[in-house]
Design a binder for this molecule. Structure first.
Ligand code: SF4
Ligand code: SF4
Length: 159
């Protein structure tokens, strides 16, 4: 969550972005080597990962009776056990970074119900402020950049 747009209490009542169904498992956070090591050393020593080419994904068990996967780092009472150290994807949510025909763009996920209540100009201003940090992270972690999906509103395109 982006603190500048969302209040901690609003997210505490929601937690929507910390659970996934089988259609949006692609939205689970990209875990780079550094975050992978920190999770095991400081937060959840028994966490299992899916190992991909240049990053990891958190292994999340499916709920027995529903098409639902809760993030294994979610404490249902207190929120993300990583706090401010959560993966970058989660820190910039509901922004995502995507590639639109070779141009990197910062888009807004419409899954977040609360951010949609904020004025567009405010959201765009925050996207602009965070853009250098987001693009720098994407330079180091190309797997964080997803192919553009039609329908995601673009807040900013890289110049
Ligand atoms: S979906 Fe939005 S409001 Fe809900 S927990 Fe995530 S960031 Fe917060
Ligand atoms: S790492 Fe934390 S913020 Fe990210 S999806 Fe899991 S519980 Fe939510």
């Amino acid at each position: 969550m982006i603190r500048k747009l969302l209040k901690r209490e609003e997210c505490a009542k929601c937690r929507l972005c910390c659970c996934f169904d089988s259609y949006d498992l692609w939205e689970t956070p990209v875990i780079n080597e550094e975050t992978h090591d920190r999770i095991l050393a400081e937060f959840k020593p028994d966490q299992e990962f899916l190992e991909l080419e240049d990053h990891y994904l958190l292994k999340m068990p499916k709920e027995p009776d529903r098409d639902l996967y809760y993030c294994t780092l979610l404490d249902h009472e207190k929120g993300c056990i990583m706090g401010e150290e959560k993966p970058f994807d989660c820190r910039i949510w509901p922004f995502r970074i995507m590639d639109l025909k070779g141009i990197r763009v910062i888009v807004l996920s419409l899954v977040c119900p609360v951010v949609q209540t904020r004025p567009l100009c405010e959201i765009q201003a925050v996207a602009k402020e965070l853009a250098p940090q987001i693009f720098a992270y994407a330079d180091e972690n190309p797997s964080a950049v997803k192919k553009y999906i039609s329908g995601f509103p673009i807040m900013l395109a890289e110049e």
